[in-house]
Every structure is written in structure tokens, then in C-alpha cells.
Design a protein around this ligand. Structure first.
Ligand SMILES: Nc1ncnc2c1ncn2[C@@H]1O[C@H](COP(=O)(O)OP(=O)(O)OP(=O)(O)O)[C@@H](O)[C@H]1O
Ligand SMILES: [Mg+2]
Length: 242
């Protein structure tokens, strides 16, 4: 495994000064439709194809065919083939909710981590995962424990967070503090559609560019235009105005 894990989104990798530090857990936040799942798919797909790394995609939201269709909709045509070959393992909604019991579901995953070697993991979404817990304390304790398990198993992970606002009116969720990195996907409506942006708010041990950069979703997945120059959160004429 290389020193740094590329996300597979070129422009984002340069903002991150190369990629993500191995064994980090990165929280990926954004409103519905901002590209969180596509980012997760792209992360595992490019890892498999470019680096020959193995990935796990855990989804509480979609089934196996939906995920494959999402991959194919942005030209990641070999997704199905990689899943069949075991290069990418998918635990979909049906499997994750089948047991109806969190411990049994976790055992399934932990056994897999112990028996097989994986490099990358995507949890889609942490928000759904946390619904298994009744109170905040339990949620927090489990998140810490789960991050540890991921690290111990050598995984570099994206935890998807269905958090709307970049600056929420309520307190910033603890998951932002408990993870090694925070990436936000943002969309703002325009007359003809949406403008999309990405913001890396933190990445421990990395010299990141904390400006906000424009991005697009299309063939090949997400493209970040880091050369276009970012917008500072400190405002200024070119700020998109969040
Ligand atoms: N081939 C494509 N070309 C252009 N845009 C696309 C394409 N495929 C998907 N999109 C865009 O990507 C968005 C979906 O992204 P994605 O499913 O990753 O969002 P998400 O953040 O995971 O949303 P949710 O929170 O609802 O799960 C769609 O709303 C669509 O605008
Ligand atoms: Mg999604």
C-alpha cells in the first residue's frame, strides 16, 4: 500500500496534498443529491482499478442493483465485474437490515474484516448506522469503537453523513470531531440547475487547502476544479454565499 490513499478525484487529491493518510476515517457530509454516494463509489472503484486495492461498500440506503446503476450512470462500467470478482464487496440495505439486530449485523462485518484483507471502506451512511443507538452517549462510544476497529483492520474509510448545513443551527455533530477528516459537498440552486462545491474543513496530519472549490458530477464521476481557484470562507467578492 502506498503512503497516501488517493480519493480518485484528481482535483480533490491535490487539495488534500495527495490524498488521505492511510487508516484515517473521513466524514463526508452534505445534503441529499450532493454526490456523497457517487464519491464513495468512485473512491472504491478507482482504488480497485488504479491501485489494485480491495474495498467494502456498506449501504443502508440502497440495494446492490441501485449501487451498480449509480456507478454505471457515471461511466464506472466495470463496477459489476469488480463486485463479482470480490475486489469490491457490497453489503446492501437488504443484508444490513436482514438480521434486524445490530449485534448480528456487526458480527457479520467483523468476521469479514478478520477473515479477509481490505484497504478501503465506505459506510453509506453513518447517519443510518447511528439509528441503531438510543442515546448520544452510546452513539459516541460506538463511533469511537467502530473507528478503532476500522483502523486496526488497516482500512481507510469514508463515513457518509446526511448533514445538511455546513454551519448547522444546532451544535456541530460530535462525529465531526471524532473523525480524522471532514469533507463537505455543497450545492446551491441556479436558474438552470445547481452549482456544486467541495470543502475540506479538516484533515488531520495533512497540509490541506481549506478554500471551497467548484466541482461537477458527470462522466467519470466527480471532477473538482482546483485550478479555477477556491473561495475563502472569509468572504470576498467571489464567495458563493452560503
Ligand atoms: N451521469 C450523471 N451526470 C450528471 N449528474 C449526475 C449523473 N449521475 C448522477 N448525477 C447527479 O448526482 C446526484 C446524486 O448524487 P448522489 O447519489 O451521490 O448523492 P447523495 O449525496 O448520495 O444523495 P443522498 O443523500 O440522497 O443519498 C444526482 O442528484 C445527480 O444530480
Ligand atoms: Mg447517497
Amino acid at each position: 500500500m502506498s503512503d497516501i490513499i488517493k480519493t480518485g478525484v484528481e482535483g480533490l487529491d491535490s487539495i488534500l496534498d495527495g490524498g488521505i493518510v492511510p487508516r484515517s476515517t473521513v466524514l463526508v457530509s452534505g445534503n441529499p443529491g450532493t454526490g456523497k454516494s457517487i464519491f464513495g463509489i468512485q473512491y472504491l472503484y478507482t482504488g480497485a482499478i488504479d491501485e489494485d486495492e480491495r474495498g467494502i461498500y456498506i449501504s443502508f440506503e440502497e440495494n446492490r442493483d441501485d449501487i451498480r446503476r449509480a456507478a454505471e450512470s457515471v461511466g464506472m462500467d466495470r463496477w459489476g465485474e469488480l463486485v463479482e470478482a470480490g475486489q469490491i464487496k457490497v453489503y446492501d440495505k437488504r443484508q444490513m437490515l436482514k438480521e434486524g439486530d445490530f449485534t448480528a449485523t456487526m458480527d457479520l462485518l467483523l468476521t469479514d474484516f478478520a477473515e479477509e484483507e481490505y484497504d478501503r471502506l465506505v459506510l453509506d451512511s453513518l447517519t443510518m448506522f447511528q439509528l441503531f443507538f438510543d442515546d448520544e452517549q452510546e452513539k459516541r462510544t460506538y463511533l469511537l469503537k467502530f473507528s478503532d476497529i476500522l483502523k486496526q483492520n488497516g482500512l481507510t474509510s469514508l463515513l457518509i453523513n446526511e448533514q445538511g448545513a455546513v454551519f448547522p443551527e444546532t451544535e456541530i455533530g460530535l462525529e465531526n470531531f471524532l473523525t480524522d477528516g471532514n469533507i463537505y459537498f455543497i450545492q446551491t440552486p441556479t436558474d438552470s440547475g445547481v452549482n456544486r462545491y467541495v470543502w475540506v474543513a479538516k484533515m488531520r496530519k495533512q497540509n490541506i487547502n481549506t478554500d471551497i472549490f467548484p466541482m461537477e458530477i458527470g462522466e467519470g464521476g466527480i471532477t473538482v476544479f482546483e485550478k479555477a481557484g477556491g473561495f475563502s470562507m472569509m468572504g470576498g467578492d467571489s464567495a458563493p454565499g452560503f
